[in-house]
Write a protein that binds this ligand. Sequence first.
Ligand SMILES: NC(=O)C1=CN([C@@H]2O[C@H](COP(=O)(O)OP(=O)(O)OC[C@H]3O[C@@H](n4cnc5c(N)ncnc54)[C@H](OP(=O)(O)O)[C@@H]3O)[C@@H](O)[C@H]2O)C=CC1
Ligand SMILES: O=C(O)C1=N[C@H](C(=O)O)C[C@H](O)C1
Length: 244
Amino acid sequence: MKVAVAGATGRTGSESVAELRDRDHDVLALSRDPTGGQRDIGDLATVLTETDPDALIDFTVPEATVEHAAVAAETAVPLVVGTTGFDDDGLAALADAAREIPVLRASNFAKGVHALRDIVQAGVEALPEYDIELTETHHNGKRDAPSGTALTLLDDIDDARGTTLDRTHGREGEHERAPAEVGVHVRRAGNVRGEHEVLLAGNDEVVTLTHRAESRRVFAAGAVDAAEALAGRPAGEYDFPDVL
Ligand SMILES: NC(=O)C1=CN([C@@H]2O[C@H](COP(=O)(O)OP(=O)(O)OC[C@H]3O[C@@H](n4cnc5c(N)ncnc54)[C@H](OP(=O)(O)O)[C@@H]3O)[C@@H](O)[C@H]2O)C=CC1
Ligand SMILES: O=C(O)C1=N[C@H](C(=O)O)C[C@H](O)C1
């Protein structure tokens, strides 16, 4: 396959390039500063038209991904989105692109996180009265908070509880915890690849469910799996579990 990578010089994009090369795919690395042999992402429409890749993997920033999605739709290139932190307009723009091409967006391309999602939902359903607190930890260069994965897990928790819990971000001051809330705690430190913990607590017992990424290659491998799986699919919106 021939796969283009937006954000190819970044922490996760560079791992995606390495993973693609390890799998003997033809790689089209894209950058705003193509002095290292990449193609100029500022000229994305021309590059995609000339090279006609089988997929575009994007690990950049939401405002850039939205632009790339419009170009991918125009040039009929399937899109794998790893970028997180979209607002509603950004999500609507990705949905627009998905009318023309397959768009697979996942807040986390580690397979273990999708197993964790199922386990968390089972735990929340089994322990309907228990308090829930979510904590995520990432490297000090991460822009968005809470992480995309944390937001996905919070939606999963709401689904499992059958209600929308109030999200309490951090805790300060004097007030008791309300029953219908979920605590959300964000830590940014060092080069932590990504940790997500869901804690369920009742009287005299605590259950903690944790996923820890130990290398960014796990995200890259999942994104490449997704690109491989997207070939030949019809236009539409996909999540990682749809192709696992
Ligand atoms: N879904 C998942 O499994 C994962 C998702 N992520 C998400 O991926 C995104 C990227 O994370 P990370 O790799 O740490 O980020 P980095 O900052 O390391 O890399 C992002 C790259 O995007 C490019 N970029 C930045 N701004 C723009 C822009 N305005 N237009 C075009 N390109 C731009 C830059 O490349 P250049 O300067 O060469 O153009 C940069 O190297 C984040 O949203 C993060 O949350 C991260 C890991 C896993
Ligand atoms: O920015 C990161 O590094 C990561 N971002 C994703 C997220 O926001 O959940 C996935 C992973 O945790 C790494």
